[in-house]
Design a protein around this ligand. Structure first.
Ligand SMILES: [Zn+2]
Length: 127
């Protein structure tokens, strides 16, 4: 049985982590989408460097860079949403490949992980 992989308290703490990750990603996405689109519209307005990009640690504002981030963040957001869905259906913490429990250090590092480390490695090799 997949149910009972994690204790209720553990599930609620993962839920908290996932929800805060989700709202952070959403906020970032909104902000970056605005910046990217705003950049498109105001082609001559190169002096307006967005402040938050300084926080991301880049000196050279580059639309492609931002669009890449949006893409990655969107993918992560999708994974986070999936994981929240698995919390709701009670299969969170179980590997989608083999059904075994995902190791806790892995879940703590990547709370939206879909696969255990063995299955993740196999998938990587296939790509
Ligand atoms: Zn697995």
């Amino acid at each position: 049985m997949m149910a009972g992989v994690l204790k209720t308290e553990e599930l609620s703490s993962y839920r908290q982590v996932l929800e805060s990750l989700k709202s952070r990603l959403r906020g970032d996405l909104d902000q970056m989408t605005d910046e990217a689109l705003g950049r498109d519209d105001g082609a001559g307005n190169h002096s307006k460097v967005p402040l938050h990009l300084a926080d991301l640690g880049t000196d050279n504002y580059d639309q492609e860079f931002t669009l890449g981030l949006i893409e990655n963040e969107q993918e992560t957001l999708d994974l986070v949403n999936e994981a929240i869905g698995r919390l709701a259906t009670g299969v969170y913490g179980a590997c989608l490949g083999c059904g075994q429990a995902i190791a806790k250090p892995r879940l703590q590092a990547i709370p939206y992980a879909r696969h255990c480390i063995q299955c993740a490695r196999k998938l990587e090799e296939q790509e």
